[in-house]
Design a binder for this molecule. Structure first.
Ligand code: F6P
Length: 331
């Protein structure tokens, strides 16, 4: 392999730049030329392609977002869009692509593979919703951002002796809610993988109130009660829970929807390490033409998993975290 391209696609995630840097530098060391594609698959179609090298990826390791920008491209879903993308890949002599993103981006990668393009996927999304990897790039930073926000919310919640319902992202995956709820000491954590029992939530909040706890924090994943896509902001999972608590109890309740703040910020050390390790492995996999793979972590080790296989697997819920959160929050 002599020439490769790098795509960042879907929602940006802190650590994507660290991955771009690692892929570029390791590729250059292995004698491969590198192109960066702007705006994800849309940039492949529109020929927004620049040359990257070891120097050009300096000073980006610590930056959130993606220097290559990102987008969701409806045109790429079409055969015509894919044909344009393939033509541009060939025009620049790219023999393989490293694609950093989530499940949608990986489905795009498989579509390119069907057109004969070699691909390696790098899991990058704050949601941690990709099967066959312990973690995705960006998850750790997002959890830290949420916990930092919950710490602040606790100060005001305690002062006013209020209940706060805090909505976090994660699409249909509860990992962000579960990890931040556990690390942030939430009284209640609601995740999409488990049908919500709003009466049980009220009971817990009431019990906490009756036992003179100075506040209660309920963390609710955006995907609780159905797919968050297509739901308006005023039908958010947090408002549903808060309205229920308000109707059934006399406890003063407020809502905070953390929103896109969860996607920003300088990547944590864990995300920088993960992105650097996965990026380096992706470059090696491309060099060896060991493609159609996703680079991943399994029990802390870097592994390569068949990309198509990974996408057919179901991500499991961390039962241990659920039990521990319930145990620690019990009053
Ligand atoms: O996949 C990352 C994510 O932040 C999800 O948690 C969230 O549902 C979605 O992207 C939001 O997408 P957008 O930035 O397009 O509103």
């Amino acid at each position: 392999m002599k020439v490769i391209g790098i795509v960042t696609s879907g929602g940006d995630a802190p650590g994507m730049n660290a991955a771009v840097r690692a892929i570029t530098r390791v590729s250059n060391k292995l004698g491969m030329d590198v192109f960066g594609i702007y705006h994800g698959y849309a940039g492949l179609i529109e020929d927004e392609i620049i040359r990257l090298d070891t120097r050009k990826v300096g000073d980006i390791l610590h930056r959130g977002g993606t220097i290559l920008k990102t987008a969701r491209s409806p045109e790429f879903m079409t055969e015509a869009g894919q044909a344009k993308a393939v033509a541009n890949i060939k025009k620049y002599g790219m023999q393989g692509l490293a694609i950093i993103g989530g499940d949608g981006s990986f489905r795009g990668a498989l579509a390119l593979q069907k057109h004969g393009i070699r691909v390696v996927g790098i899991p990058g999304t704050i949601d941690n919703d990709i099967p066959c990897t312990d973690y995705t790039i960006g998850f750790d930073t997002a959890v830290n951002t949420i916990v930092d926000s919950v710490n602040k919310i606790r100060d005001t919640a305690t002062s006013h002796e209020r209940t706060f319902v805090v909505e976090v992202m994660g699409k249909n995956c509860g990992d962000l809610a579960l990890s931040s709820g556990l690390a942030g000491g939430a009284e209640v954590i609601l995740i999409p993988e488990i049908e919500p029992d709003y009466d049980a939530v009220c009971k817990k909040v009431q019990k906490s109130h009756d036992q003179a706890k100075s506040h209660a924090v309920v963390i609710v994943a955006e995907g609780v009660g159905g797919d968050p896509k297509g739901r308006g902001v005023y039908d958010s999972s947090a408002f549903r829970v808060a309205n229920y608590i308000n109707e059934k109890t006399n406890i003063e309740t407020r809502v905070t929807i953390l929103g896109h703040i969860q996607r920003g910020g300088s990547p944590t050390v864990n995300d920088r390490l993960l992105a650097s390790r996965l990026g380096a492995e992706a470059a090696k996999a491309l060099y060896e033409k060991d493609t159609g793979k996703m680079v991943a972590t399994k029990d802390g080790k870097i592994v390569r998993v068949d990309l198509e296989y990974a996408l057919t697997q179901k991500k499991t819920v961390k039962e241990e975290f659920i039990e521990l959160a319930n145990l620690l929050a019990s009053v």
